[in-house]
Design a protein around this ligand. Structure first.
Ligand code: PSU
Ligand code: MN
Length: 298
């Protein structure tokens, strides 16, 4: 794989300075325009404000890009037909030299190769509800298990089966560390009722675990609850999730299109409140990721 690392990111890595990688599927497929580009810039600004170098990852012209510049970010946010590149798509999209947005799975794979230890996202993919019929489990889980990268997220997306997602992470040997919480966060909602085996209260605690885990050549998940002021009402959003899943089934939406479809449906059904919550948790996670990157360098 040809990896092009932006000079700013190269410098930070060479100096063993703090770097946070960001995925780009959330920009191209997870958020509507123009909020997607604004959010991409806001996440990078939040990370920079803490003295950390952001590195948005994407695929362009046959290269994996670590540190997309403004022109590439703008293209990812505004062009139609940007590929959603998960692990299985990396080879094909690189060979076709087309523009690709990387999922958490592909981002983690590329970050590990480039030597970036921390990745921030909104919510990881996981085991979908109705898995027994669809066998739909995101490649995110295996990718985190097999790469020495610490992913910071608000748990897994609420549209998933969170209990099954936690079970799979346990089987795969991925520690899920609650950040100031004993429960697995539920993306738009602070708690899922699902207890976590491990908890830390600050970035230093997360960094101590990450050092051990990454040295094993394996990844981990730091699970950060959405800020209380931005969280949604559990029962209300759960109703909308059920409605969105029903609509997706009737429309025959599955595979890679399912997650973007559900996120869009929830944004529309809540009059944009799900979107605002998504942006708020993305920004909170970027900040925790930056603090973790700093603690890993200290
Ligand atoms: N989190 C968000 N919005 C998103 C995603 C995560 O807040 O759009 C994306 C991530 O890129 C994640 C992907 O890797 O959804 C999971 O897709 P799938 O379930 O098809 O693997
Ligand atoms: Mn899937």
């Amino acid at each position: 794989m040809r990896i092009t690392v932006a000079s700013e990111v190269q410098k930070a890595l060479a100096a063993h300075g703090p770097v946070v990688a960001l995925e780009s599927t959330v920009i191209a497929h997870g958020l509507p325009r123009p909020r997607n580009l604004e959010t991409a810039h806001a996440l990078e600004a939040d990370i920079r404000a803490l003295g950390v170098t952001p590195a948005t990852i994407a695929l362009h012209d046959g290269h994996a890009i670590v540190g997309a510049g403004d022109v590439l970010l703008e293209r990812l946010a505004s062009e139609d037909g940007v590929a959603k590149a998960s692990l299985r798509d990396l080879g094909p999209v690189l060979a076709a030299r087309t523009l690709g947005a990387t999922t958490v799975a592909a981002t983690v794979d590329i970050a590990a190769r480039a030597g970036v230890q921390v990745v921030a996202t909104g919510g990881i993919g996981g085991v979908h509800r109705g898995f027994e019929r669809s066998l739909d489990e995101s490649a995110d889980l295996e990718a985190i298990a097999h790469n020495p990268v610490c992913v910071v997220s608000a748990g897994a997306k609420l549209v998933l089966d969170l209990a099954l997602t936690l079970e799979r992470l346990e089987t795969l040997g991925v520690p899920v560390v609650g950040y100031g919480t004993d429960e697995f966060p539920a993306f738009y909602v602070r708690s899922s009722g699902l207890p976590l085996a491990h908890r830390v209260n600050d970035a230093l605690g997360a960094a101590r675990i990450a050092k051990e885990q990454l040295a094993r050549g394996a990844g981990m998940l730091v699970a950060v609850p959405i800020p209380a002021a931005a969280s949604l009402d559990h029962d209300e959003i759960e109703d909308e999730v059920m409605r969105a899943i029903g609509a997706a089934e009737r429309a025959g939406v599955r595979g890679a299109e399912l997650t973007p479809y559900l996120l869009r449906a929830l944004g529309e059904a809540t009059g944009g409140r799900a979107l605002e919550a998504n942006v708020a948790l993305l920004r909170a996670n970027a900040r925790v990721a930056a603090q973790l990157a700093l603690a890993l360098c200290a």
